[in-house]
Design a binder for this molecule. Structure first.
Ligand SMILES: NC(=O)c1ccc[n+]([C@@H]2O[C@H](COP(=O)([O-])OP(=O)(O)OC[C@H]3O[C@@H](n4cnc5c(N)ncnc54)[C@H](O)[C@@H]3O)[C@@H](O)[C@H]2O)c1
Ligand SMILES: O=C(O)C(=O)C[C@@H](O)[C@H](O)[C@H](O)COP(=O)(O)O
Ligand SMILES: [Zn+2]
Length: 375
């Protein structure tokens, strides 16, 4: 893949009162990280959290940028993969931050995908009851979604992201060049979250993606535009509802099914988050059709687009051991949107017309899951 080296610097604000911050998007921005960090916390120190794979490819450039801006920094490297969002890795990281005697005003910098961002952000949120935090996302998924909005956390055997805090970063630095080393599988997985913004409330964006997916996957201006559009959409939703009291839940489209699938397959197993969300979104569309909310042709159109870019859309495409409806339902019951024991699902009246449904009966979902495993 080639990436665009002419992307102008774009700034997307996330308006959250005294927790407001900017998302900087452009080519070559990693080189500016030191100056931006020095400007944020003059005289402060930094701990860069990254994973083994990203450390090999991009850590030296970040450490050089910090050194040239005279920001004292050390790196903390975690194993790559979903299993790293664990109590064990959190404890190791917290211990390293305290051993280094970082102060509250010093900065934890997440250099990596959503796994690193969620883990490092959680540590930043709890050490000394809240340290400064910066996101430098290196996957498409992290650039379009996880680095923005302040959700942080880890997984447990009970389910995904069940332990965590909201902790906003001071800024998000999106260097589109970093995607040049991202394996195609993870580019595709991140694309699922891009598609999500179209499916939630922007049918024009979804149509644009249908027409431009090959250009997005080739890199260049279409990829930069997809990242910018996604960040604008996420910033808008988060600014209106930081703590998911209402419409932020729409960003969970496909996630109640998707998170259950990830947990059922096993963290670090053969299904990554974006892949699970793609299946979950297609399932949410099919359930919406079954319940009479969504035209069947919209559900088919979503499946067709996911398949066209090489994503899965069908429950029967996940490993057989992870498809047991009773197990999936038990995992879904741990979802953070559950109220008084009842599931909340994000359903849809069609492409770009998603809504929050509190009243889908458990037996309807159980029957739907049975049907899905037999499709
Ligand atoms: N906090 C949020 O709002 C939010 C939003 C969406 C997803 N998430 C979470 O994000 C996680 C998924 O994130 P992800 O898809 O980025 O996965 P990830 O962090 O595991 O990264 C995917 C893989 O790509 C590698 N990688 C990262 N950057 C690379 C680069 N530039 N070049 C080469 N390899 C690179 C990583 O080492 C890893 O193996 C899940 O845990 C999900 O729950 C959180
Ligand atoms: O930012 C949000 O809000 C989202 O829901 C974005 C999701 O893509 C992301 O996977 C998030 O971590 C899921 O949130 P959760 O509250 O269900 O853990
Ligand atoms: Zn997600």
């Amino acid at each position: 893949m080639t990436v665009d080296d002419t992307t102008p610097l774009l700034t997307v604000p996330v308006s959250l009162g005294d927790r407001s911050y900017d998302i900087f998007i452009g080519s070559g921005l990693l080189a500016e990280a030191g100056e931006r960090l020095a400007g944020l916390a003059p005289g402060g120190r930094a701990m860069v959290v990254t994973d083994e794979t990203v450390a090999e490819r991009h850590l030296p450039a970040l450490m050089a940028a910090l050194e040239s801006a005279k920001v004292p920094a050390e790196a903390f490297v975690v194993p790559a993969g979903e299993a790293t969002k664990s109590f064990a890795e959190l404890e190791r990281l917290v211990d390293a931050v305290l051993t280094a005697r970082l102060e509250r005003g010093d900065t934890i910098v997440a250099l990596g995908g959503g796994v690193v961002g969620d883990l490092a952000g959680f540590a930043a949120g709890i050490v000394r009851r809240g340290m400064a935090f910066v996101q430098i996302p290196t996957t498409l998924l992290a650039q379009v979604d996880s680095s923005v909005g302040g959700k942080t956390g880890i997984n447990t055997a009970h389910g995904k992201n069940l332990v965590g805090v909201f902790h906003q970063p001071q800024f998000v630095l999106i260097d589109t060049d970093l995607l040049a080393t991202l394996p195609p599988r993870h580019l595709k997985a991140g694309y699922a979250e891009v598609v999500k913004y179209g499916l939630i409330d922007d049918p024009v964006f979804f149509g644009w993606l249908e027409a431009n997916a090959p250009a997005v996957f080739a890199g260049g201006p279409a990829l930069a535009e997809a990242i910018a559009a996604s960040c604008r959409a996420k910033a808008r939703v988060v600014a209106a509802d930081e703590r998911e009291a209402g419409n932020r839940a729409l960003l969970n489209l496909g996630h109640t099914f998707g998170h259950a699938l990830e947990a059922a397959v096993g963290y670090g197993g053969d299904l990554v988050h974006g892949e699970a969300v793609a299946i979950g979104m297609a399932m949410a569309f099919r359930l919406s059709t079954l319940l009479g909310f969504c035209p069947a042709e919209d559900a088919v159109r979503v499946e067709r687009h996911l398949h066209a870019v090489g994503l899965l859309a069908d429950l029967t495409e996940v490993p057989a051991t992870a498809r047991d409806p009773a197990r999936l339902l038990a995992l879904m019951a741990q979802d953070k949107k559950v109220q008084r024991g009842a599931l909340t699902l994000i359903l849809t009246r069609g492409i770009g017309r998603s809504f929050i449904a509190h009243d889908v009966a458990a037996d309807v979902i159980a029957d739907f899951l049975e049907d899905e495993t037999a499709r």
